[in-house]
Design a protein around this ligand. Sequence first.
Ligand SMILES: [Zn+2]
Length: 428
Amino acid sequence: MTQLPLRAQLATALGRTAATLSRATGRGDGSVIGGRVSMLLEPDLLRQLARDRKLALVSATNGKTTTTRLITSALSELGEVATNAFGANMPAGHVSALSSAKHAPYGVLEVDEKYLPEVIDTTGAGVICLMNLSRDQMDRAGEIWLLAQKWRRALAGKNTHVIANADDPLVTWGASTAASVTWVSAGQPWKEDSWCCPECGGPLDRKGMEYVPPGSLGSGASSQAGENDWACRECTFRRPEPSWVLDDDAVIDPRGRRWVLDIQLPGRANRANAAIALATAEAFGLPVERALPRLREVRSVAGRYTTVERGGRHARLLLAKNPAGWLEAFDVLDSSLPVILSVNAQGPDGRDTSWLWDVDYRVLRGRPVFVTGERRLDLALRLDVADVPFQLAGSFEQALGAQPPGKVDVIANYTAFQQIRSEFGRAV
Ligand SMILES: [Zn+2]
């Protein structure tokens, strides 16, 4: 790789010093402050650090941290990989990630959905993974259709290869201005944000619903494309033919070979993330037989799916930040275990908890449910309306103490999750 200009070298050195100081004073991992300091000195630093590397950007509402980790693990087969492992997914975090692995020929960067157009422009990344878009942080985040529209503009006219989830209509629309796209059927359990065609506003028909295209009189109307098929009733916008397909516990590659995933991360959502990771690895020239064993090495991601223990109670931590994330977490729950739900509404969570009403909680009936967190009363009311019996607890500690010794599942939103991790010490 070519040497960085002197100013850029100085900027990265100062940024690393700031990050070290920040860590030493107990203010987090320091990657954001380090990146900010570097960019003050050299605003063009991200472009310079990205130059000469093979980069993948990963964006979505849910699963971007995990998928970034899976792709990083796969590409480590090829050489050193720079990555923002701690979820600092805006440009300062990207500067920090790339400057801490200056000679890595590869980079895998998680990117906040809103920052994606800017980061595409700045880094000129060759590969971009787009997985899902749904409602999130309702008081803060932009309208998701506008986000997808910005993605379209950012991708148009660039020499970029996109790996995209064909089962999500809004992602498909957002990706379809790219010069080349590998479509992956990765599923879409949460459909509440995509009943309308993003192209024309008409209704979207789904597989299993009666679909008759205009003028066809029904001939060939029912698609054979699988249970995730969709099409607009009023225009030509429809699901593209996927070349990779997530099929229950396996993925089918473009040559029709079926690979059982058996990864350590639990649940359908993680198998979807793995399917995207395998398609991305192949875009880097890494075949499935070499990438898949690397995906199996990933056990937990930034504390997700790890277990904390106190007094013989082993609590498995699941992070869920929005309605689609709660559906994914329900899919992972062990139906024989009690579950603790913890909801906060601090800045990183979004202060508006009205999304709690969008989630169908009836799946929780029949098991002991404990509710805690700052907004436990909001959640309690919602569960009451859904006829899900529950007990309130003043704190996570109390909720855990109310369990018999043994295993318990925990679903928490962002700051609730971080509080549990920090208060209960090292994950075991
Ligand atoms: Zn349409």
